[in-house]
Design a protein around this ligand. Structure first.
Ligand code: GLA
Length: 396
């Protein structure tokens, strides 16, 4: 019931081998960047609030080498997942195009060019065991892996926060998603055995240890992705900005629940509810970090369920399948080792995250797998991850 996956070293070896097979020589560089899961603090990053994510031990790996005789300069990219290859000329202004997956790398290449660190011709082989489109930031993993590669190739080292910002810009401009900073920051700066309590305004992260072997993070992929996601994300952002303007604050981070309540009758009811989610979620995130530090698991669980309810009812970014997983988790309950569960990431499908007593993980996974499949007719995928380290260079 619990998916196993290749450890990073094996995935990196396989990627290097595929490079060798495809290009007839070993790669000069191999780099990796992880996906992420957010324990709590959803849709708060673009409101200057707090988030509490961790990098997961699933990675996007790039094996690369300079292309012999590569003039005019171009990136040749081959994906282990998608058919075909993408060849992108670098001697003309970089624009988003097809195939769509290549845009993440292209956006990062554009960022390096803008810094005065243009690329020469490269062959790149892309492999990943981050589930694609599952709300675990496969796109941020690809962007941060590309930035890590381009750092070693150009010799232009970035401060890690600057690197996360460059990748976020790539996502905005080349993938058209006005995302916050959480995903790229976590992929770049994740720390083994730690959650990051990230202040998305100051971009300072406090490390919150999650190293107790008795507690595990179990991720449940609903294996659905509803198409609303892109446009609805941008609309939520606009609604938050409208709420902040109404409340005359710089961002919803600066608003208080009491202040919001006094405006109830003057505000559009939908905008009011969006703001209520963000303001209460920021509070829950800070409290959850404190509770985790104190191993106060009942408090952690109740904050996770409250977060889910708020995302479902006030922010309206959940979906029937995510709600189903969370209901199954509630029924399993703390007596059977289920500490808490909620949707994670942007929403409208993708994954739920749960915190469980490690000893009960197998039984819980079996129960969720069976009940979810029975209720929805869909096979979920479940896996466990310890908090992992951020992007790394494996060969240079
Ligand atoms: C997506 C975005 C993040 C964040 C989450 C919701 O993952 O990329 O910046 O806004 O949604 O918390």
């Amino acid at each position: 019931m619990i998916d196993q996956h290749l450890p990073l070293a094996r995935l990196a070896d396989e990627t290097a081998e595929k490079f060798q097979q495809r290009f007839g020589r070993p790669p000069q560089w191999v780099v990796a960047a992880p996906g992420r899961v957010n324990l709590i603090g959803e849709h708060t990053d673009y409101n200057d609030g707090f988030v509490l994510p961790m990098a997961i031990d699933r990675y996007t790996v790039l094996a690369a080498g300079r292309s012999p005789g590569g003039e005019p300069p171009r990136l040749r990219m081959v994906s282990g997942h998608k058919q075909g290859e993408a060849v992108i000329p670098l001697n003309i202004p970089l624009q988003p195009g097809q195939p769509a997956w290549a845009n993440y790398v292209l956006g990062v290449a554009a960022g390096f060019a803008a810094l005065g660190a243009p690329l020469a011709s490269l062959d790149i082989l892309v492999e990943s065991n981050v589930p694609l489109g599952g709300g675990l930031s496969s796109s941020a993993a690809l962007e941060v892996a590309a930035a890590t590669l381009f750092e070693v190739v150009t010799g232009h080292r970035l401060d890690p926060v600057e690197k996360a910002l460059l990748c976020q810009k790539a996502e905005h401009e080349f993938a058209g998603v006005p995302c916050g900073i959480m995903d790229q920051f976590t992929s770049a700066l994740g720390r083994e055995n730690h959650l990051l309590l990230l202040d998305c305004r100051s971009r300072q992260a406090e490390l919150v240890p999650l190293s107790d072997p008795a507690v595990s993070v179990l991720i449940i992929n609903t294996n659905v992705k509803h198409h609303l996601a892109g446009g609805e994300y941008a609309r939520r952002r606009q609604q938050c900005e409208a709420a902040a303007r109404h409340l005359r604050v710089r961002a919803l981070r600066d608003a208080h629940l009491d202040q919001l309540k006094t405006q109830h009758d003057q505000m559009d009811p939908v905008v009011f509810r969006r703001a209520r989610h963000v303001i209460t979620e920021i509070g829950r995130t800070v409290r959850a970090a404190t509770a985790i530090k104190a191993s106060d698991w009942p408090e952690v669980g109740s904050l996770m369920y409250d977060s889910h309810d708020s995302l479902r009812d006030d922010y309206e970014v959940s979906c029937a399948e995510l709600d189903e997983v969370v209901e199954i988790a509630r029924k399993i309950g703390p007596g059977n080792g289920m500490i808490g569960c909620r949707m994670t990431g942007g929403g409208f499908g993708g994954c739920a995250v749960s915190v469980v007593q490690s000893a009960a993980t197998r039984d819980i996974a079996k129960k969720i797998h069976g009940d979810y499949q029975q209720k929805t007719g869909i096979q979920p995928a479940l896996f466990v991850s310890r908090p992992a380290a951020g992007a790394t260079v494996l060969k240079a």
